[in-house]
Design a binder for this molecule. Sequence first.
Ligand code: OOG
Ligand code: MG
Length: 267
Amino acid sequence: MSSTPPSTTTGFDPDRWASYLMDAVERRSEVPAIVGQLEALSIDQAYEIQDTILARRVAAGEKVVGAKLGLTSKAKQEQMGVSEPAFGFLTDRTILDSDDVMIADLVHPRVEPEFVFLIGEDLEGPSVTADDVLDATTEVCGGIEVIDSRYEAFKFSLVDVVADNTSEARCRIGTQGISPRSKDLAAITCDFEIDGTRTASATGAALLGDPAACVAMLVHHLHRFGRKVEAGWTILAGAATDAQPFGVGTTARALYSELGSVQVKGK
Ligand code: OOG
Ligand code: MG
């Protein structure tokens, strides 16, 4: 019987970097970016680290409930200095069941408004279209994502943020969903407010022209790894505006033209 060669033979050890990032979450302390500590980190190796983290979290009892896209808007790409979208996973730990966010559980959280897809049918393959996504979606809702990069000063390259599960931390999903074809999703507006002051406004079109096209991109990404978007999943299509700092006492609100409003409070 042959066994998997130790990753030291390649000089890349996904387990080691998974522990590095999971320890940062555990200790609520930021760590230096991975790039700079390795000669090179490819995008596939970064997803290998992300997968290792997912496998460990599932082994510890978390359930996968969906996936997310990051950096799908110009506003986010410019804020973070990363010009390509990235993909991550959501577990039951991610989804908030009240507006309250325990800041002490996080490193240095930020908040951003999201377009959220609740999926009713599996979506699979390399040629899924935005139209197919609308067919498979039961509801589109507003949401607020609490992101929390584990990296120092919230600074990272594309491969770093992929390894870190695209800064996934928490998410509050709105309750006022719409049927996906009842409105033009690109035309839905979102005003984002911190403590009652508007920080930015955007429409669904900010997400690669169409939030459903973002979900199709996620399906293509998962297909590369032999996976699919599953019935019952929650998908975050990405933030249409830049993210804002979030701490104890802060209230963030996203007010959508068709999806009601969503809020989170730092506790
Ligand atoms: C990466 C995650 C970005 C989004 O919606 O663009 C993201 C980050 O900015 O830390 O979730
Ligand atoms: Mg986001």
